[in-house]
Design a protein around this ligand. Structure first.
Ligand SMILES: [Zn+2]
Length: 57
């Protein structure tokens, strides 16, 4: 994914920064413990699309 795009993306819930998980192709908000999927290179920054992270992630 484009690194510049990543820098302008923010969590839709807390507006905090997102971390790109290359392995899972997800954007992670550590604060909310949510992972947003990237579908066809387009981040789906919707709470309804997010996956809740387990305690070991
Ligand atoms: Zn957040």
């Amino acid at each position: 994914m484009d690194k510049n795009l990543l820098e302008i993306l923010a969590c839709p819930i807390c507006k905090g920064e997102l971390l790109f998980d290359k392995t899972n192709q997800e954007l992670i908000c550590k604060f909310d413990r949510l992972a947003f999927p990237i579908i066809d290179d387009i981040p789906a920054l919707l709470e309804s699309r997010a996956r809740r992270l387990g305690s070991d992630e």
